[in-house]
Design a protein around this ligand. Structure first.
Ligand code: ZN
Length: 583
């Protein structure tokens, strides 16, 4: 069920991206557009990016008569494999063109392909092409996955029919009881697991290394011992600590395909726990020993940069928590930053290089102070009874937000809305009703990921949010929830508000189905003191709230705003601090 939903969600997200890309041609790029696009891309790439262990993205983006194509597929860096894949992509496109391309048909179709790549045992590569084909009226929704297995060392395609036959096919069939395994059953090889896909969930069904060793007897065995390597995606640049060789397989027994000199910078796609790194060299997948890689120092070029401690933090000799502690930087004190090494900031301490965990440092000085919260005077809350805070992000929305507000009004309960400044200006009446029936915090002006913005950009976005609040509500926001919950030390310092995140995620943006949203909340059991994350922009969420609110009241919960929850649970909130619940 969930798999289906995820796929449907992908279809919808892709559909929206396409529509939005078309709209851009005729409309001005406004803030609403920026926000929506970021959000949708975030959803779309959410689980896909984690499934691209190697390869470069290629894409086809075109419209032919009544069909839009947005096709993404990988270039692995191996001529033969890449040719095979691009032929497959052409075949898929042509097959659908034959069937649906029709000038007289005024119905439009959207054709999407995205991909996944996995490194498997003994340099086997799995590629998945996920195909979604939908009609404008959504009456036709086709959803298919195609999988391909290649041997990276010989560039040959391995037919699954050749691998899985006889007793192995029987064994495979036994895992999939309800469906007949046909020629187009789909699986990928990931590490040493065979994973069946295209069923309700992706399930690892078999350890395949032994079988592969028997059946692919002509295959060179590159593994240095019997334990198969586990690859992790890295996607990061490193500097070479010394001259080294590149191989066509993760073994010094492999063929040498090139060499890299000391201090050269390489982009590593993934790394195995057996000490090998995967990269593209002359557009070919190559391997080098990870021990030759070192972190790149990003020394700041523009002289001295001051950083401030968000809390008392250790100053260490090396960029590691195992390293010797040289001293402590006290909360609010500053130090000179000279570089960055991974998650560590390189600083000058007593004239020597030293390191501090970057998560504790801010580019601006934090001014931590207690915040006075806005609590309605009704005093109908019993601090000894359980209470829970419902929070709604990304609104207001003219369709779904009023539905949620109607529920709050009907049952005389409150909630917290984290609104976007640009939408507040568009729907001021809804915002005022939110404030009257609950409380409104800021979700920034344009839904940008603050962790990726400069100090100036964050400042400007915050200024716009404050202005929207003053204009519509007459006061500045007291609470903030940053998009994606992202607030590094600099963001927390600049926000100058308590950061209210959540500890219960309903995944409503993903499910778009009231029952699944309610199931998700059900999973958590006792909700006393928790903050529940939802989005006020989906009708499905509003429908869930219509059931959720009376249900929670029946169970004895008081449904309160975040400020009420914090206050009645005995918390005082301070600026620059992140809160997830008030238990
Ligand atoms: Zn959001």
């Amino acid at each position: 069920m969930k798999k289906r939903n995820r796929r449907l969600l992908r279809i919808f997200c892709l559909l929206f991206i396409t529509i939005i890309l078309l709209v851009i041609g005729i409309l001005f790029v406004n803030d609403v557009f920026n926000r929506n696009q970021t959000k949708i891309e975030e959803l779309y790439f959410e689980d896909i990016t984690n499934k691209k262990e190697i390869g470069r993205l290629l894409s086809i983006d075109e419209k032919e008569n009544n069909i839009y194509y947005k096709v993404e597929y990988p270039a692995i860096g191996d001529d033969l494999i890449d040719k095979e894949i691009s032929n497959e992509v052409d075949n898929l496109i042509n097959k659908n063109k034959k069937q649906y391309l029709n000038e007289s048909d005024n119905l439009e179709y959207y054709y999407f392909v995205n991909y996944e790549t996995y490194i498997g045992v003994n340099s086997l590569l799995s590629i998945v092409l996920n195909e979604n084909f939908v009609s404008e009226d959504l009456k036709m929704v086709e959803d298919k996955a195609y999988t391909y297995i290649f041997d990276l060392t010989s560039s040959k395609k391995i037919n699954k029919e050749d691998i899985f036959k006889g007793e192995y096919l029987d064994k495979l069939q036994s895992y999939v009881k309800n469906e007949e395994l046909s020629e187009d059953f789909n699986f990928v090889i990931k590490n040493d697991q065979l994973i069946l896909i295209d069923y309700e969930v992706s399930i690892p069904v078999m350890e395949i290394k032994d079988y592969l060793k028997i059946d692919l007897s002509n295959k060179k065995d590159y593994s240095s011992d019997n334990v198969e390597p586990v690859y992790k995606i890295v996607n990061k640049q490193y500097k070479l600590s010394d001259d080294t060789l590149l191989y066509n397989a993760p073994s010094i027994k492999g063929n040498v395909v090139g060499n890299i000199k000391k201090d050269e910078i390489v982009n590593v796609y993934s790394q195995s726990d057996k000490g090998w790194s995967v990269l593209l060299y002359n557009d070919k997948v190559s391997y080098l020993e990870s021990r030759y890689l070192k972190e790149i120092d990003n020394i700041e070029v523009n002289g001295e940069v001051k950083v401030y401690a968000m809390m008392d933090v250790n100053i260490r000799k090396n960029a590691s928590t195992d390293s010797e502690v040289l001293g402590v930087l006290k909360e609010g004190d500053s130090i000179t930053k000279i570089g960055e090494v991974g998650t560590w900031t390189k600083v000058l301490y007593n004239g020597e290089e030293a390191y501090i965990a970057s998560s504790c440092l801010s580019l601006v000085k934090i001014n931590k102070r207690e915040v006075k919260l806005n609590i309605p005077p009704q005093g109908d809350i019993d601090p000894d009874k359980p209470m829970v805070a419902l929070t709604f992000d990304d609104g207001p929305n003219p369709d779904s937000t009023p539905m949620i507000l109607d529920v709050l009004e009907k049952y005389n309960v409150r909630a917290t809305f984290f609104d976007l400044g640009n939408l507040m200006l568009k729907y001021p009446d809804i915002v005022r009703r939110e404030a009257a029936l609950g409380e409104v915090g800021t979700h920034t002006y344009a839904h940008k990921d603050y962790n990726k913005l400069s100090v100036q950009e964050i400042g400007e976005d915050l200024r716009l949010s404050r202005e929207a609040f003053k204009k519509i509500l007459g006061y500045e926001p007291i609470l903030m929830r940053p998009p994606y919950g992202n607030a590094n030390a600099t963001v927390r310092a600049l926000a100058d508000m308590p950061i209210i995140n959540w500890d219960i995620d309903t995944l409503d943006w993903k499910y778009r189905n009231k029952n699944l949203i309610l199931d998700e909340i059900d999973k958590y059991g006792n909700l006393d003191g928790h903050i529940i994350l939802m989005h006020s922009i989906y009708t499905s969420t509003a429908e869930a709230v219509e059931i959720l609110v009376p249900d929670l009241l029946d169970k004895g919960y008081q449904i309160v705003s975040v400020s009420e929850l914090a206050t009645y649970k005995g918390y005082t909130l301070e600026t620059g601090t992140i809160y997830h619940n008030f238990k």
